[in-house]
Ligand binder design. Structure first.
Ligand code: ADP
Ligand code: MN
Length: 177
């Protein structure tokens, strides 16, 4: 099996974006609608210790990218996953059929992250990340342009619309022959 090229029969979708843009909310609604498997990478990193410790300055775990990719490889090969993470440049390009970058108006995002308890540089770094479209750039540099889509995520209506359109996309997806 190793080395043989077998195409998956269900698609893999990456949902990325700055913290607070709605990745987890969108991914879990999409998983419910499509029966694809929601993989929350941040949760997985904490639960399975796929990190190199806590960085007090960044106030987050230092993710171990190799451990994360090893952990996910078999599932990704199988297909049918929604991967929810705030970064995207270290996953193998071949894993994904669609890369969704959620984007939120920065005043809306500021309120969401404040409500989540973000303050100081953690708050301002994330707002800056959103203003400079860091995740959209990262996605465009890491994946073929035609699989990357930026979707607005300011309101509940945006989530509903995004989930509907991604569900339609997933239903009509076929493996490349
Ligand atoms: P992420 O996983 O990207 O960090 P979450 O899905 O956890 O973001 O959402 C963060 C908070 O913002 C949650 O309280 C969620 O209900 C809210 N939220 C996210 N996206 C939207 C949206 N499009 N409209 C309204 N509220 C949203
Ligand atoms: Mn999340």
């Amino acid at each position: 099996q190793n080395g043989s090229i077998r195409s998956r029969c269900r698609p893999n979708i990456l949902v990325t974006g700055t913290p607070g843009t709605g990745k987890t909310t969108t991914s879990s609604a999409l998983a419910e609608a499509t029966h694809l498997r929601h993989l929350n990478v941040g949760d997985l990193v904490r639960e399975k210790n796929l990190h190199d410790g806590w960085d007090p300055e960044l106030e987050s775990y230092l993710i171990n990218e190799d451990l994360v990719c090893d952990e996910l490889e078999d599932l990704m090969e199988e297909g049918g996953n929604i991967v929810d993470y705030l970064g995207c440049d270290f996953f193998p390009e071949r894993w994904f059929d669609r890369v969704v970058v959620l984007q939120t108006d920065n005043t809306v995002l500021y309120d969401r992250l404040s409500r989540r308890g973000y303050t100081g540089s953690k708050l301002s770094n994330n707002i800056e990340c959103e203003i400079f479209q860091v995740l959209l750039q990262e996605a465009k540099e890491s994946y073929p342009e035609d699989i990357v889509v930026a979707l607005k995520s300011d309101t509940i209506e945006d989530i509903t619309r995004n989930v509907t359109s991604l569900t339609d996309w997933a239903r009509s997806w076929h493996p490349a022959s």
